[in-house]
Design a protein around this ligand. Structure first.
Ligand code: PHE
Length: 332
């Protein structure tokens, strides 16, 4: 009987290893290990043997079963891995393959404007930085020389976030807090632009949105004057809009710049468009950011992107920029 068992095992092992599919393996396992298998019938024939021989044969049958079962399990794992590999290969998508370019989309108007602005400023020697949209009161106001409860805070209809102490966390109302983040994280000289999304409590209409985009500029170096600010903005105006555009600065007020100005551009038809604010960085801002105002000076500017992107394409309602109607967007 021991010989029979060894022969059954020796015959079965290569058949298990050769099973070509999971179905074939399942049928083979039933044949070799099931109730009607040769091993099972040997087991039911143990009765007439004497006790020692019965124990020896029983042990040998169990061992043979274990060996065959292990072989079946191993082959099943191989076949399953193979099936999985085949499935992955069959379902693989080549995402680099473009079959029909006519249906391709394009960047949003605002993104196009943002990228063109970045390109022009990078061409003028600026680098680009970004900051978070959820800001601390200190970055958005405190470090920018807005004392607590100062009326200038009313210039910004701030949306606060329920986080930390009441009033400590907000959706940034302008990109100027990124100035603070840049100045507190690297030493001057600094020549940087900072585009991004900003938030103010506002009812949407053709010229106002509660979410809009700005680009901030910051220069900190030695011996920087208001003339550098005016010259930089005028160079930018011509580079971005064209040589037949000019710019002007009008006196204004911001707590974080002194003196401060509004920046307007003059279109070739003689009409003026107000773009944003600018000025010489206030010494209190430099001090709050750990920069010595006796040694370093600079200027900053910030203007809205959305109106700029819209007017460049003759779009007269800012809400169209945000409804994402593909019939509108696909025109550009
Ligand atoms: N942050 C100001 C605003 O949004 C604009 C500004 C930026 C003014 C930089 C001066 C200097 O109104």
């Amino acid at each position: 009987m021991i010989d029979d068992i060894a022969r059954i095992e020796a015959d079965a092992a290569p058949r298990i290893a050769a099973a070509a599919s999971l179905d074939e393996l399942r049928a083979l396992a039933a044949e070799l290990l099931g109730k009607r298998s040769a091993l099972s019938s040997l087991k039911s024939g143990l009765g007439p043997l004497d006790p020692d021989a019965r124990r020896e044969a029983g042990t040998a049958i169990n061992r043979a079963r274990d060996v065959l079962q292990a072989a079946v399990n191993a082959r099943r794992a191989e076949l399953e891995a193979e099936a999985r590999r085949e499935q992955l290969a069959a379902e693989r998508l080549d995402l680099t393959e473009v079959t029909d370019a006519t249906g391709a989309g394009h960047l949003h108007l605002v993104t196009q404007a943002m990228e063109r602005l970045e390109d022009v400023f990078v061409g003028m020697g600026f680098t680009v930085a970004e900051g978070p949209e959820v800001e601390t009161d200190w970055h958005n106001f405190g470090a920018l020389n807005f004392p607590p409860d100062h009326p200038a805070r009313d210039m910004y209809d701030t949306l606060y976030v329920e986080f930390g102490a009441p009033g400590s966390t907000l959706l940034r109302t302008h990109t100027s807090p990124v100035q603070v983040r840049v100045m507190t994280s690297q030493p001057p000289p600094i020549y940087m632009v900072m585009p991004g999304r900003v938030y103010r409590q506002d009812t949407p209409d053709a010229t106002h949105m509660p979410v809009f985009h700005q680009i901030e500029g910051l220069v900190i170096d030695r011996d920087i004057t208001f003339a550098d600010l005016a010259g930089t903005l005028d160079t930018f105006t011509k580079a971005f809009f064209g040589g037949d555009f000019t710019s002007r600065l009008r006196p204004s007020y911001f707590p974080f710049t002194e003196p401060s100005a509004e920046y307007d551009i003059r279109r070739p038809d003689g009409s003026w468009l107000e773009l944003g604010g600018c000025g010489m960085v206030h010494p209190n801002v430099l001090t709050a950011c750990g920069i010595d105002p006796e040694e370093w000076q600079g200027f900053a500017f910030g203007f809205g992107l959305d109106r700029l992107g819209a007017s460049a394409h003759g779009v007269d309602d800012l809400r169209d920029l945000f409804t994402n109607d593909v019939r509108f967007l696909s025109q550009f």
